[in-house]
Design a protein around this ligand. Structure first.
Ligand code: SAH
Length: 244
């Protein structure tokens, strides 16, 4: 049988947020590769080999997936959320660029519900007007780039979804991001801290930037910074459809 490579998003955590086409790809897989906590979300069964790996090993994992598919496997690479958002799809295409002999393989990318959409839905409609998304990890880009993008996004009055706000290995970055936004005059803006959305540990908290502290976020948190018009209505937060 001809091998194939499918790169899927498992959504933010809840089974109910895995799309039917992703479930079908998992059901017919021979090999599943991904960061160990995501691979652990796939139940083991006969005929399926699980290949969990560490994070920071994305490129090696992507090359291994291509190799297994070239050997005839029905290979699925899993990411959380959507595979194209700060996740494995780009790593696979980077690996493919380095290995043109595999470019004829059947490759599919199946979308998933990314964390900012799940978080936004819980809060109300904070992404209802123009917005952008930024990864706060400086593993693969200099901190100066992050700061510049935050400053300009604030100036352009985008709502901003911040992924990977804070980790044990990068405890300082998120505090610096908050300081950058304050310097850009965003102190009164609403911030939504959405942690572990759609899991049993889910917690949603909304405060102003001036009230926010860096300890409010960890690696399971998605932070949405409102734009200058973002407001509360009852227990909800939304961005009006019009800009002033
Ligand atoms: N591909 C993923 C993002 C990977 S980066 C996606 O599309 O969602 C990992 C970051 O995503 C985390 O640090 C956190 O900011 C966010 N994230 C992932 N799952 C989440 C969840 N259930 N709740 C809140 N944030 C989440």
């Amino acid at each position: 049988m001809t091998g194939s490579l499918t790169i899927v998003g498992l959504g933010p955590g809840s089974e109910a947020m895995v799309t039917p086409e992703v479930s079908a790809a998992l059901a017919s897989a021979t090999d599943i590769l991904g960061y160990a906590p995501y691979v652990a979300r796939v139940p083991p069964r006969a005929g399926l080999t699980l290949h969990p790996s560490d994070n920071r090993e994305e490129l090696a994992r992507a090359s291994e997936a291509l190799r297994l598919a070239a050997d005839g496997g029905q290979v699925v690479v899993v990411s959380s959320g959507d595979p194209g958002v700060f996740a494995m799809a780009s790593a696979v295409f980077e690996a493919l660029e380095q290995a043109p002999q595999w470019q004829a393989l059947p490759i599919r990318v199946l979308p998933g519900i990314t964390a900012m959409l799940a978080a936004s839905a819980r809060a109300g409609a904070p992404l209802g007007h123009d917005f952008c998304a930024i990864n706060l990890s400086d593993n693969l880009k200099p901190w100066a780039v992050i700061e510049k993008r935050l400053r300009l996004a604030a100036e352009a009055d985008f709502s901003i979804a911040m992924y990977n706000p804070r980790s044990a290995s990068r405890p300082e970055g998120f505090g610096r991001a908050l300081a950058t936004l304050k310097e850009a005059g965003c102190g009164d803006r609403l911030l939504i801290f959405a942690r572990a959305v759609s899991t049993a540990e889910e917690k949603i908290e909304t405060v102003t930037l001036n009230e926010a502290t860096s300890e409010m976020a960890d690696m399971r948190t998605l932070v949405i910074v409102g734009n200058s018009q973002t407001r509360r209505v009852g227990r909800w937060v939304y961005a009006p459809r019009r800009a002033e």
